[in-house]
Design a protein around this ligand. Structure first.
Ligand SMILES: C[S@@+](CC[C@H](N)C(=O)[O-])C[C@H]1O[C@@H](n2cnc3c(N)ncnc32)[C@H](O)[C@@H]1O
Length: 411
């Protein structure tokens, strides 16, 4: 039941980091490919670099490894404490019940990591006898992580031999024996009433970086470092780039800022789905409310790392701009957005204090230590309590109901 004591050794988590280029000469295959690409095409946006590094089909960071945990590069909330997933499950149960618990329904997770969060969610749903008409749809690009999820969630799974199949893996869950299906993109997930969770997914989506100059804003690109063979460096675009023309807001005033076009598209896709199929969406991630500046960074062995060194060997990430995704989400009037609120506030409102007390009453000494460590990591304002935030999307059609019974966790 409890997270094991081995989790006590995790003492680092992702932090704010300002990039200080400090390149060395090591070259990996992926670095060579990026190098060749820049040589052929000229400097590339940070978003192209992130995409190549994280999800390159054969050498991408996420494609080839299990990055979470003791032997990995970072640790996430569900890996720290089961209570995180339990509170999320209760949020979904609460909102779903408010609209009459429509069935059939699916629980969708974007970027499910090791499957730990989904396992915790299913354990809670099981108690409410509501899972029988559910499907689990997992959107995961990494074969290695889908293996890990499969081992955690199902006794056996079948891999589709057709690499291009929409459902590339499927099985039945150990908890309640319901179908679990794996997809590469959200677009492929069936249209049915959806409870969608994305924890630390948006921070993995590519960003573009911009800087204020005497000539106005210019995009920061990645080029070959001509002074250091095989290394990369940041340069400024000579002219306005297409991304800048499309996405730069006229009221922008920060010296440095980042935009994630893919995140904006993704949130619009979620909004459209929730409006047309019905459902609720919860996004949890580290991020800011539109004031963030230079947050692009890398993590390797639980330490910050230069994003331009040894691409493919470290996780690349950027803070989520909650203000931007909220704006994009509500823009077409399909959904209402709540938050962002801090992780600490959200978990308190969801009843974490009560839950930890119950768990502590039944815990032995080792379990107690682990529980308290996890609780402190999640809630402490110096750790994940403040930097991590929650945001919810609900169909606009519920506005009237929500005036009487507000969305839990955000008020
Ligand atoms: C930082 S991990 C978060 C894992 C998990 N949600 C957790 O909290 O432990 C990011 C997850 O998103 C997946 N991922 C990253 N980019 C993706 C993409 N473009 N499409 C689908 N999955 C992606 C990764 O493989 C991984 O499972």
């Amino acid at each position: 039941m409890y997270r094991t004591a081995s989790r006590l050794i995790y003492t680092t988590f992702r932090n704010y980091y300002t990039v200080k280029p400090n390149l060395d000469k090591k070259q990996y295959d992926l670095a060579k490919q990026i190098y060749q690409k820049i040589k052929a095409m000229g400097p590339i946006p940070v978003s192209d670099y992130m995409k190549e590094v994280l999800i390159h089909p054969s050498q991408g960071y996420y494609i080839n490894r299990e990055p979470m945990g003791e032997s990995g590069d970072f640790i996430t909330s569900p890996e720290l404490s089961q209570i995180f997933g339990e509170m999320i499950a209760i949020w979904f149960l609460n909102e779903w019940s408010k609209v009459g618990a429509p069935k059939p329904f699916q629980i969708v997770e974007l970027g499910p990591g090791r499957g730990t969060l989904m396992q915790d969610i299913l354990r809670v749903f099981k108690h409410f006898d509501s899972l029988k008409q559910a499907n689990i749809s997992l959107v995961e690009i990494s074969p290695v992580l889908s293996d890990s999820q499969a081992r955690r969630l199902c006794a056996t799974t079948n891999l589709n031999p057709d690499q291009n199949a929409v459902i590339y893996r499927e099985g039945m869950s150990i908890i309640e024996n319901i179908p679990v299906k794996w997809y590469k993109t959200l677009q492929d997930v069936p249209n049915v009433f959806t409870l969608l969770i994305a924890n630390e997914f948006f921070d993995a989506l590519p960003i573009n970086k911009f800087k204020k100059t005497d000539l106005g804003y210019r995009e920061i690109l990645i080029d070959i470092d001509k002074d250091k063979e095989g290394c990369f460096r940041y340069v400024l675009a000579k002219e306005e780039t297409p991304t800048q023309k499309l996405f730069l807001r006229s009221d922008e005033s920060r010296e440095n800022f980042e935009i994630s076009p893919q995140s904006l598209l993704m949130i619009k896709e979620i909004a459209t789905r929730i409006e047309s199929d019905g459902g609720f969406c919860l996004i949890a991630d580290y991020g800011h409310n539109g004031e963030g500046t230079d947050t692009f960074r890398a993590f390797k062995d639980h330490k910050q790392h230069d994003p331009l060194i040894d691409p493919g060997s470290a996780d690349l990430t950027a803070d989520v701009d909650f203000a931007a995704i909220k704006r994009a989400g509500v823009e077409d009037g399909k959904v209402l957005a709540f938050g962002p609120v801090t992780q600490r506030d959200f978990l308190i409102k969801m009843g974490i204090e009560h839950r930890i007390k119950v768990l502590e009453e039944n815990a032995d000494e080792k379990q107690l230590k682990s529980l308290r460590f996890g609780y402190d990591m999640l809630m402490n304002l110096e750790k994940m309590g403040e930097r991590f935030k929650f945001m919810a999307l609900v169909p606009s059609v519920l506005e009237g109901i929500l005036k009487k019974v507000p969305v839990v966790g955000f008020h």
